[in-house]
Design a binder for this molecule. Structure first.
Ligand code: FAD
Length: 390
C-alpha cells in the first residue's frame, strides 16, 4: 500500500495552489460570489486557466491532452475549491461532463472531434439530467423525449438546476427514447445537445444563495434538433453510460467539498491565533481547539475516502459505494467545518467580507446535489443486501 502522490501530482498541486492563492482566493472569489450578473467566471479567468494547461489534464495524449488520471482531476478540483467552489465548478463541468463522459462512452469519432477542443479550452459543457418532477427518483421523473427524424433526433421537455448551462456549447442530456418498455433504465439515451444557434433550446439561469458564481439553469427543449451522431453510447442505453460519469461527478463533488474544508480549516486556525478575548488569543481556549481538531480529523478522513474512490474509478474497478461514501462524508465534513468556522469567527463570520459564510453556504448545496445524502445512504445500505426502502 502506498499513500504517496507521484512527483507529477505533487508538482500539479503546488502549481495549482500558487495559481489559486494569486488569482482566485480573496477578492476574485468574493466578487464572483457577490455579483449575481456573473454566475460564471469571466473570459479573462477562463483564459488564465487555459494558459495553465490544465484543461488538457483529463484528456489522453493521443487526443491532444496530458493523459492525466482521475487523481489529477481530484487534485485540481480540491485546489480550485480551496479558493472558490464556483471556479472549480466552471472548470469541472467541462472536464467532467465533457472529457470524462466522452472517454467513458463516446465513439472514436467523438473522441477525435471533442477531446482536442476540450484540451485547448475551446468548448464548454454542462450536463442535464434532473427534471422538475424530481432528481432523486431520476428514472421515474424523466419525461423529456427524443424521436428520430432523418439524421437528427427531435427533443422536447424541460430540465432544471443545470449547472452552467447558460455558458455551455454542449449539454450532455439524458432523454427518454422508448416509452413502451417497462424497464425505465433501458429507455433512456444520452446526447450531446448543441446549444449555440439551436433555436429549440432556451436557457434561463435561476437565482440562488449557494455557489452563486456558478449558475443553475432551467433548460427548455422545444422541438430542439440534435444530430444522431451526437448520441453518446447506444440508443436506449444512456443510463448505463451515465453511471460512470455520475460516479466521477460524486468523486469530484467530494473533492470540491474537501477543498472547502481545507480553506475553512486554514482560516479558522489563522483567526484563532490572531483574535483575542480576555487578553489571550481565542486559540488558547479548549472549545476553540477542539473545533479545529475535529475539523482536521474529519477532513483527513474525507480526503482518504475520496482518493480511494478516485483510484478505484481510474483502475476500472467497481467504486459505486466508495464514490457515494466520499460524496456524503466530504459534503457533511465541509458543512460542519463551515458551521464550526462561523462559531469561531462569530460576528465577523457572517459579514460578506469574511469567506467563512461562503464555505458554509457552498458546502450546504453539496449535501443534496448531485445526489441527496439521504438517497446516497440508501445506496450504501443496499450494498449490504438490505432491501430497497423506496
Ligand atoms: C445548485 C444545483 C445545481 C445542480 N446541478 C445539476 C446539474 O448540473 N445537472 C443535473 O442534472 N442536475 C443538477 N442538480 C440537481 C440535483 O442533482 C438534484 O437537486 C438532486 O438530485 C435532488 O433532487 P431534487 O432537488 O429534485 O429533490 P427531490 O428528489 O425532490 O428530493 C427531496 C427530498 O426527499 C428526499 N428523498 C426523496 N426520495 C427519497 C428516498 N427514497 N429515500 C430517502 N429520501 C428521499 C431527498 O433526499 C430530499 O431530501 C443541481 C441542483 C442544484 C440545487
Amino acid at each position: 500500500m502506498d499513500f504517496g502522490f507521484t512527483r507529477d501530482q505533487i508538482m500539479l498541486r503546488k502549481s495549482m495552489r500558487e495559481f489559486v492563492d494569486k488569482e482566485i482566493k480573496g477578492e476574485y472569489a468574493r466578487d464572483l460570489d457577490d455579483d449575481l450578473s456573473k454566475m460564471f467566471i469571466d473570459e479573462s479567468m477562463w483564459q488564465k486557466i487555459k494558459d495553465l494547461g490544465i484543461f488538457a489534464a483529463s484528456v489522453p495524449e493521443e487526443y491532444g491532452g496530458l493523459g492525466g488520471s482521475i487523481i489529477d482531476d481530484v487534485i485540481i478540483s480540491e485546489e480550485f475549491a480551496r479558493g472558490s467552489t464556483a471556479v472549480a465548478m466552471s472548470f469541472g463541468a467541462t472536464t467532467g461532463f465533457g472529457a470524462r463522459s466522452i472517454l467513458f462512452g463516446g465513439t472514436e469519432e467523438q473522441k477525435r472531434l471533442y477531446l482536442p477542443q476540450i484540451a485547448e479550452g475551446e468548448i464548454k459543457f454542462a450536463m442535464a439530467v434532473t427534471e422538475p418532477a424530481g432528481g432523486t427518483d431520476l428514472l421515474g421523473a424523466i419525461t423529456t423525449t427524443a424521436r428520430p427524424e432523418g439524421d437528427h433526433f427531435i427533443v422536447s421537455g424541460q430540465k432544471i438546476y443545470i449547472t452552467n448551462a447558460h455558458m455551455a456549447d454542449y449539454i450532455l442530456t439524458l432523454v427518454r427514447t422508448d416509452e413502451t418498455t417497462r424497464k425505465k433504465s433501458k429507455s433512456l439515451t444520452l446526447f450531446l445537445m448543441p446549444v449555440k444557434d439551436n433555436p429549440g433550446v432556451k436557457i434561463v439561469p435561476m437565482k440562488k444563495f449557494t455557489i452563486k458564481g456558478a449558475s443553475a439553469c432551467e433548460v427548455f427543449f422545444d422541438n430542439a434538433k440534435v444530430p444522431a451522431e451526437n448520441m453518446v453510447g447506444e440508443l436506449h442505453n444512456g443510463w448505463y453510460v451515465l453511471l460512470k460519469t455520475l460516479n466521477h461527478e460524486r468523486i469530484i463533488v467530494a473533492a470540491l467539498t474537501n477543498g472547502i474544508g481545507q480553506a475553512a480549516l486554514e482560516d479558522m486556525v489563522a483567526y484563532a491565533k490572531k483574535r483575542e478575548a480576555f487578553g489571550r488569543p481565542i486559540g488558547q481556549y479548549q472549545s476553540i481547539q477542539h473545533k479545529i481538531a475535529d475539523t482536521a480529523m474529519e477532513l483527513e478522513l474525507a480526503k482518504l475516502i475520496t482518493y480511494k474512490a478516485a483510484w478505484l474509478l481510474e483502475a476500472g474497478k467497481p467504486c459505486h459505494m466508495e464514490a457515494v461514501m466520499a460524496k456524503v462524508f466530504s459534503s457533511e465534513m465541509a458543512f460542519k467545518a463551515g458551521t464550526r468556522g462561523l462559531d469561531i469567527f462569530a460576528g465577523y463570520g457572517v459579514t460578506l467580507e469574511c469567506d467563512m459564510q461562503r464555505y458554509f453556504r457552498d458546502s450546504r448545496q453539496c449535501t443534496f446535489s448531485p445526489i441527496s445524502n439521504e438517497m446516497a445512504r440508501n445506496f450504501i445500505a443496499e450494498q449490504f443486501g438490505l432491501p430497497k426502502s423506496y
